[in-house]
Write a protein of this length. Structure first.
Length: 118
């Protein structure tokens, strides 16, 4: 069975930084795309950033130049470095991974709260 565990959320002042981590564990054969979504209160879940197995990245316009996604394939872990945080970045952040395993599919983390105060 595959699990994704997130860490790194918290409360931070505007302009500061946070780094989220998401580690996949279990009987994993291969991980394709990994990434992050977020959901603010009263809003739909939105894509933040994705990274392919080869390292190609994609970002939402709202975070370009401020957030950086990366991955460590040896550790089955994806990171999201968030700089110059704004109050509008406040949301629950969810990681996901497209995993080839005994049961293949897209797996999700439990979510981690990021709160940015003004």
């Amino acid at each position: 069975q595959v699990h994704l565990v997130e860490s790194g959320g918290g409360l931070v002042q505007a302009g500061r930084s946070l780094r989220l981590s998401c580690a996949a564990s279990g009987s994993i054969l291969r991980i394709n795309d990994m990434g992050w979504y977020r959901q603010a209160p009263g809003k739909q879940r939105e894509l933040v950033a994705t990274i392919g197995s080869g390292g190609n990245t994609n970002y939402a316009d709202s975070v370009k130049g401020r957030f950086t996604i990366s991955r460590d394939n040896a550790k089955n872990t994806v990171y999201l470095q968030m700089n110059s945080l704004k109050p509008e970045d406040t949301a629950v952040y969810y990681c996901y991974a497209d995993i080839r395993a005994s049961i293949s599919g897209v797996y999700w983390g439990q979510g981690t709260q990021v709160t940015v105060s003004s």
